[in-house]
Design a binder for this molecule. Structure first.
Ligand code: DAH
Length: 337
C-alpha cells in the first residue's frame, strides 16, 4: 500500500473511532494513538522520506492535511465532551467566600499580657503560684494571724481546714521569697476567689496583679514612682496617682492607691462615682514579719509590694460598666476588644 492509501485509510479509521468516543478518557486515548509523539500522524510524517522524489510535495501536503484534519476533529470532540461535563456539579466562583471565625484573646488575658510587657520594661519578671493554697501562704507567712477577720470561713473558699482557694495573689510573694534570696523583682498575675455577692463590681472569682520588689535600700519613693510610672504608661501620660493611708497586715506602712479617672480625667463622672479617682489597689513596704517568715534578714533588706484588681483596669480602660459582661462569654461583646 502506498503512503497515500495509508493516509486515506488511517483518516477514515481515526474519524470513525473518534465518532464512537464519548468520554474524556476515551478522547485522551484517541489523542495519544493518533496525535501523540508516537501516534499515527507522526509515523506518517516519518515515512515521507519513503516517497519517490517527484511525489514528495504531494505526499507532504497529504500528510499535513491528515494531521490538521485529525487535530480539528479532536478539538471539536473535546468541546462537546467539555460541554457535557459542565452540566455536572456547578461551582459558582462568584459566591462570596466563607469567613473563618478567628478567635482572639479575652480582654483579661490581653490586659495581663500588656501588664507583663509593661512591668517587664521596668525590670519585673513574672511568677505564678497555685490557685489551691495552704493557710501558710495565704495567711500565716503574710502576717495574718488566726484571729484575723480575713480568715473567716465565710469569707473564703476552704477545701479543708488548712487548704483553700487563694483569696489573694499575695501568696505568690511568699512562694517567690521561699525560693531564694533577694534581689527580687516580680509580678504575679492570676485568679483569686472570694465568696462575695456577685454584682457589677464583684465576682466570686477575679484577677489580681501582685508586685514585689525586695533589695537593700528599697524605699517608699521607689514604690510611689513605680506605680505612678505604671499608671502613666498604661492609661496615658495625663494620669495622676495618689496614695491614701491604708492597712494590710503584710505591709507597714500600707496605702491604697488611686489614679485619676480615665473617663473624665478627674472631673467626676458615673464611672468614678463623681469622685474623679479610681481605686486601683493596695500597696506598702513589706512588713518585717513577712521577711522573717521566709528567712530574710529584715535589718538588711527592705521591699515594697502592691496588689491590684485586673478587672477594674480592664473596665477603666474600655469603659465597661459591669464586670459580669466579661464572663458571660458572649462573643458579640468579647469581639469588640
Ligand atoms: N492582697 C491585697 C488584697 O487582696 C492587695 C494588696 C495590698 C497586695 C497591699 C499587696 C499589698 O501586695 O502590699 O486586697
Amino acid at each position: 500500500m502506498s503512503l497515500f492509501d495509508d493516509i486515506t485509510a488511517g483518516k477514515d479509521q481515526a474519524l470513525s473511532e473518534l465518532a464512537a468516543t464519548t468520554d474524556a478518557a476515551g478522547l485522551e486515548a484517541w489523542r495519544v494513538k493518533y496525535l501523540g509523539t508516537k501516534g499515527l500522524s507522526r509515523q506518517i510524517m516519518q515515512r515521507l522520506k519513503e516517497a519517490p522524489s517527484d511525489q514528495k510535495p504531494a505526499a507532504g501536503k497529504a500528510a499535513n492535511e491528515f494531521k490538521n484534519a485529525l487535530q480539528a476533529a479532536y478539538d471539536e470532540a473535546i468541546k462537546k465532551v467539555g460541554a457535557t461535563a459542565a452540566k455536572g456539579p456547578v461551582i459558582d466562583v462568584t459566591l462570596p467566600g466563607r469567613k473563618p471565625a478567628i478567635g482572639r484573646e479575652h480582654p483579661i488575658t490581653q490586659t495581663i499580657n500588656e501588664l507583663i510587657e509593661l512591668f517587664g520594661r521596668m525590670g519585673f519578671s513574672v511568677a505564678y503560684g497555685p490557685e489551691v493554697e495552704d493557710e501558710r501562704h495565704n495567711f500565716e507567712a503574710l502576717n495574718i494571724p488566726p484571729s484575723h477577720p480575713a480568715r473567716d470561713p465565710l469569707d473564703n473558699f476552704y477545701i479543708n481546714p488548712s487548704v483553700m482557694l487563694r483569696s489573694q495573689t499575695s501568696t505568690v510573694q511568699v512562694r517567690v521569697m521561699e525560693q531564694g534570696p533577694p534581689p527580687i523583682r516580680v509580678i504575679a498575675p492570676g485568679r483569686v476567689y472570694r465568696p462575695d455577692t456577685v454584682d457589677a463590681t464583684h465576682g466570686v472569682m477575679f484577677h489580681q496583679l501582685e508586685g514585689l520588689y525586695v533589695d537593700e535600700g528599697v524605699t517608699m519613693i521607689d514604690l510611689r514612682t513605680c506605680l505612678d510610672q505604671f499608671a502613666k504608661a498604661y492609661f496615658g501620660p495625663q494620669m495622676t496617682t495618689r496614695f491614701r493611708p491604708g492597712f494590710f497586715p503584710f505591709t507597714e506602712p500600707s496605702a491604697e492607691f488611686d489614679m485619676s479617672c480615665p473617663m473624665c480625667l478627674g472631673k467626676g463622672c458615673p464611672v468614678c462615682k463623681q469622685s474623679g479617682w479610681i481605686e486601683l489597689g493596695g500597696c506598702g513596704m513589706v512588713d518585717p514579719n513577712v521577711f522573717e517568715a521566709v528567712g530574710y534578714d529584715p535589718q538588711r533588706y527592705t521591699g515594697f509590694a502592691f496588689g491590684m484588681g485586673i478587672e477594674r483596669m480592664v473596665m477603666g480602660k474600655h469603659g465597661i460598666p459591669d464586670l459580669r459582661l466579661l464572663f458571660e462569654n458572649d462573643v458579640r461583646f468579647l469581639h469588640q476588644f
